[in-house]
Write a protein that binds this ligand. Structure first.
Ligand SMILES: [Fe+2]
Ligand SMILES: [Fe+2]
Length: 332
C-alpha cells in the first residue's frame, strides 16, 4: 500500500523575522474573507495540529464505527436489510478513507495515524464503545448516531481547511441516507408486534443519551472550541448543535411513536431553547478514558484486523513497486 509523500519539512513554518508576520497576516485575511486554506498555504502550527487531531479522530471514529453495525450484517432479518446494512457499513469505511487522505495533506502519514489508533493513543468517538445487542440497535444507531453526526458535520462542510470541508460534503450526503435507513428500521419495528415495539423503544432508551454526548462537553467546559470557531473550523458551539439535534428529534419521535427517555424534555418558550435533564458527564468521561463497555474489544478487533491485513498491504506495495519498475522499463 502506498504511503503519503512526506510533506513534513517541506512546509515548516517560517519562525523568525518579518516573513512570519506577513504569512500570518495572509492567513488571517483568508480566514476573515471566508476563503479556504489549502495544503500549499502557510498556516500556523497550532491550526495544523488542531486539524490533524480533529480529522484523524474523525477518521478513526468512522473506521471503529463499522464494528457495532458490522456485528449485525450476518444476522440482518432479510436480504434487503442485509444489503442496506452492508452498503451503510461500507460507506463508513469510505468516510474513514476520505478523512485519512485529508489528514495526510497536513503532513502526517496513514501509518502514523493507524499506529496511534491501535496503540490506544488516539481518541475516537465514545459512542462506538456501546454494545449492539438487538436488531433495533441498527435502527437507533442510524436515527440517533448518524443523525447527530449530520448535525455536527453539515457545518463542517464550510470548514476553513479545504480538503476537510470537501470531504465532508460527500460524507454528509451519505449520512443522510444512513439516518433515513435507521429511521425506517425503527418505523417498521414500531408498526410490528408489541415485542418489536418494545425492542425499538429499548434501543432508543439506550442510545439517546450517548448520542447527545456526541456533541461534546457543555460550552463552558469545552476549552478548544473558541479557538476552533475563530479559525472557522467549527461554526456552532457544542450546546447550539445539541439543541438543534433535539429539535430535529422531537417531531420525528412523534412520527415513530417512540418516547425520548427524558421526562424533563420540553420547549422553553421564554428561553427559546429545549429544556432537558442534566447529561451524565461522568459516564462520558469514563467511556472517553477507555472504560466504556466495549472499548477494549473495539481496539482489539482493530488491531487484529490490522495484523491480519499485513499480507495484503505487503502484496499491494510489491505490486505497485513492480508496476513502477515496469513503467520505467526495468522489468520485462
Ligand atoms: Fe460516516
Ligand atoms: Fe454514517
Amino acid at each position: 500500500m502506498t504511503t503519503a509523500p512526506a510533506l513534513r519539512g517541506a512546509r515548516e513554518p517560517v519562525t523568525d523575522g518579518p516573513d512570519e508576520a506577513a504569512e500570518q497576516a495572509t492567513f488571517d485575511a483568508l480566514i476573515a474573507a471566508e476563503q479556504r486554506i489549502e495544503p500549499r498555504d502557510w498556516m500556523p502550527e497550532a491550526y495544523r495540529k488542531t486539524l490533524i487531531r480533529q480529522i484523524s479522530q474523525h477518521a478513526h471514529s468512522e473506521i471503529i464505527g463499522m464494528q457495532p453495525e458490522g456485528n449485525w450484517i450476518t444476522r440482518a432479518p432479510s436480504l434487503k436489510r442485509k444489503a442496506i446494512l452492508m452498503a451503510k457499513v461500507q460507506d463508513e469505511a469510505g468516510h474513514g478513507l476520505y478523512l485519512y487522505s485529508a489528514a495526510q495533506t497536513l503532513g502526517i502519514t496513514r501509518d502514523e495515524m493507524t499506529e496511534q489508533l491501535i496503540a490506544g493513543k488516539a481518541k475516537y468517538s465514545s459512542i462506538f464503545n456501546y454494545p449492539t445487542p438487538t436488531w433495533a440497535d441498527m435502527g437507533a444507531i442510524g436515527w440517533l448516531v448518524d443523525g447527530a453526526a449530520i448535525c455536527n458535520q453539515v457545518p463542517l462542510c464550510r470548514a476553513s481547511y479545504g480538503p476537510y470541508g470537501r470531504a465532508m460534503v460527500r460524507i454528509c450526503k451519505e449520512e443522510s441516507f444512513h439516518q433515513r435507513q435507521g429511521f425506517e428500521i425503527l418505523l417498521a419495528l414500531m408498526q410490528g408486534t408489541p415485542a418489536q415495539r418494545q425492542m425499538a423503544q429499548d434501543a432508543v432508551n439506550r442510545w439517546y443519551w450517548p448520542s447527545l454526548m456526541m456533541f461534546g462537553p457543555p460550552d463552558d467546559e469545552s476549552p478548544n472550541s473558541a479557538q476552533s470557531m475563530e479559525w472557522k473550523i467549527k461554526r456552532f458551539s457544542n450546546d447550539e448543535l445539541r439543541q438543534r439535534f433535539v429539535g430535529m428529534l422531537v417531531p420525528q419521535a412523534a412520527v415513530l411513536g417512540v418516547t425520548l427517555p427524558d421526562p424533563e424534555l420540553r420547549w422553553d418558550e421564554d428561553a427559546q431553547r429545549w429544556h432537558m435533564s442534566e447529561i451524565d458527564w461522568t459516564e462520558f468521561h469514563e467511556v472517553l478514558r477507555g472504560r466504556g463497555p466495549m472499548n477494549a474489544e473495539r481496539l482489539r478487533n482493530r488491531r487484529n484486523a490490522h495484523e491480519d491485513g499485513a499480507w495484503v498491504r505487503e502484496a499491494a506495495a510489491e505490486y505497485a513497486r513492480r508496476q513502477a519498475a515496469r513503467a520505467e522499463g526495468k522489468v520485462a
